[in-house]
Design a protein around this ligand. Sequence first.
Ligand code: NOJ
Length: 551
Amino acid sequence: MERRRWYKDMVFYQVWPRSFKDGNGDGMGDLWGVLEKLDHIQSLGCDGIWFSPIYPSPGADCGYDISDYLDIAPEFGGMDAFRALLDAAHSRNMKIVMDLVVNHTSDEHEWFRKSRRRIEPYTDYYIWRPAGPGGKLPNNWDSNFEGKAWTFDPVRGEYYLHLFAVKQPDLNMDNPLVREEVKKILRFWLDLGVDGFREDVITYISKKDGLPNDHIFPIYKGMRHYNHGPRVHQYLAEFKQEVLDHYDCFTVAEAPLVWPRQALRYIREEGGQIDMMIQFQCQCADCLFTDYLPTKFSLRKLKRAYSSWQNRLRGKAWNALYLENHDHPRIVSRYGSEEYWAESAKTLAAAYLFQQGTPFIYQGQEIGMINWRPESPELYEDVQTRYNYTHSHTKEPAQKRLERLWRSSRDSARTPMQWDGTENAGFTTGKPWFSVNDSFRRINVAAQEADPDSILNFYRKAVALRKRLSCVRHGVYREHFRLSGRLYAYSMTGQKERILVLCSFSSRPMACPFPRGFDRKTARLLLGNYTAGAPEILRPWECRVYGWDLS
Ligand code: NOJ
């Protein structure tokens, strides 16, 4: 079947189900809750939902440790709720995208239970290695979450590889039987009617033969031997040709550490194996590769990332655009300003929503949710956060280490969605599974519904404007005033129209420059985050979208 490209016209909403909305009062978000809130999602102009994993899972990594790929977890409502949701979404012309997590499973998955006992055909479903002399680890790789990448299993008497938590053993994708299982999973959900997949750390699925040691100095030792590994394109092509090409669906791949040139090998429209890529460069403007290695925010770094993806993919591949997801702290608290909270949340929205690509909006982003700052490290749930707290900077005073978590933990993106100012932020009538961010009385959906100038209503306007402008989908991106460390300015020029987006990333006013060739007099202000004012000045965190008709 010829691949259709409908995803290019869409805007997705990401639901992290545990914290979105509880429909049955047990304190945990579920699909009944999502059903209740479909109007909210659709009101943003979103026409698709990506669900972080909703399969049965022991929850060691909040669902990214799956114990059954062919079911929906009972706490989320099971298959009945899922079918009801899928029908409801489709009847609104909304698409549903599932998270496909096949680099690893849960250690409670039946495959792993059988593999550790060497029950065929599961013996080689995972990456097992004997201990070296004196119990030595098979190599020096680090896991991304919890120390070394190897754990000894006393049942089998061997080490297994886990690039993430101890309870997330890596599958052995070199085993054709494992690849058949992946195809079975894909077919199962596609036959049920889902419209696509977000593929979790899919660039990790092929490890270098021999699993060689890495040098001793890099962070995430071993990564160069498993990220973009030797057979990754071959396996992805197999999934595409044997399954995905036979359905009207799309895929978006999560890819840590990838540059546009490399990305093109995956997502090139002619000959690629997937449709879009979630890259991390746009998340590294205030850190070195991971939020746990913070640096000062650099707008120039952010602009370089944005522009290089826009320029290098143009005409060849399609971008996935995002500001937030469940793996990073809240963007207003990172790249924006809590002091200029509403202004900066809107500016950040304008900075990415008019670029070429398919935008994703993460739950809570549309109301400018901010970082969570609990009083005790004990309150954190996330496996990666807990490990970092207990293992890094251990000589620092406890308060300083706690403050590091406030700045860096992905749990800030996982507190319950703030629906209103009532108890538990309207998320549940029960006891919430996770702490609610104290900011909920000030920052919530109900309050913003009532305010025409709210962040929520800005998102609605911005998405609607984006959808009206063909230059965003078909035009040419250009960055202006590249050297400025306070202003992000870009234009999109199509056949019929042109827009100029000006975003101040500064708490001080600045002159509002127009690039050469852009006529200030004939510019129409299409969107902004301040009411009328001096056109020649950009106020703190002001953004403006100007337009010109070219026809
Ligand atoms: C990336 C996911 O987005 C993250 O939440 C998860 O912990 C890891 N992959 C492991 O599956």
